[in-house]
Design a binder for this molecule. Sequence first.
Ligand code: CP
Length: 319
Amino acid sequence: MPRHVLGIRYLDTTEIDTLLALAAEFKLRVIEGREVPQIPKKVVGMLFFENSTRTRVSFEMAANYLGLKTANFAAGASSMSKGETLKDTILTLRYERLDALVMRHKMSGAPHLAARFFGGPVLNAGDGMHEHPTQALGDALTILERKGQIEGLRVSIIGDVEHSRVARSNAWLLSKLGAEVRFVGPRTLIPTEPGQIPGIVHHDLSTGIRGADVIICLRLQKERMSEGMLSSVGEYASMYQINREALAWANDDCLVMHPGPINRGIEVDDWTADGDQSAITAQIENGVFVRMASLYWGFGGGLEDIIDPHVPVTARRAA
Ligand code: CP
C-alpha cells in the first residue's frame, strides 16, 4: 500500500512526529552541506491545477535535494481542457509510469480521488477548502524551532477560517499535538459548524488573542467568497488586522505567522510582517524540508533509515 499525505486529520501523532523529525534531520543536513538520502530513478508528477509559488517551488526543491525527477503538468495545456476527466488524467499518468503525484486542486477531495486510481503515493499540495497538510507541517516545524514544543501553547488562527485549508490542517495538527486552538474572525468567515474542526471560536480580536503564544494570520480568500461575506476590506482590517496595537494583547514573545501569499496592510501590517516576532520567512524555508520529509516518507522511508537511534528525536527538533 502506498503512503499518501492527503490530510493531517488522517495522520496519527506518531506519523506527524516522524514527518517533523525527518524534516528537522533533512534541514540539518542541507544547512551543514551533508549528504541526504537519494531516491534515484523515480519521477514525481507536479499537478498544480491552481496557482502556487511557495508550495510548487518548495516541492521542486525538495525533489531536487532527494535526487528525484519531476514531470510538470500544466492544467490549461493538458487534455483536461478537451474534456478529459480527472480520473482518466490520473490513469494516464499512472500508465505513463510516474511514481508519485503532488497535487493542488480547487476541488476538496481531488487528491483522494487521485490516490484511488494512481497506485503510488499522492501528496496533497492543497485541495479546495479541505486541507494543506505540508503547510501545517512546515508551520509546526517553525513553531517547534522557536518555542521548543507545541503541547500547551495557545494558538490563535485569525481571519478567513471558512475558506482556509491552512486553518483546517493547522487546527488538526496543533490540537493533535496538544495545543489550544482558537479561531478568531467575523461570523461570516467562521464555518457555521466549527465543531467539525478542533478549536474555540472568538469574534472579538482582543479576547481571541489574549495570552496567545502563536498567531496565524490567514489570507482573505476573496476568490472563494460569495457576495455579502465581507462588508469591506477596510472594515475587516480595522477589526482583525495584526499590528503593533493588536500584538500588545498577546504574550510578549508571541510568534506571528502567515502562510502567504500576504495581503500586506490587510491581514497584517508591514511593521509586524517584517518585525522580530514574525516567522513568515522561516515558514517558507521550512516548507522545503517538510516536503522532503513527505516525499521520502511517501516512498517508504523512515527515521530508522537515516538517523542514529541513540539520539532522541526531541533533541533533533530544535534546529
Ligand atoms: N502557502 C501557500 O500554499 O502558498 P502558495 O499558494 O504560493 O503555494
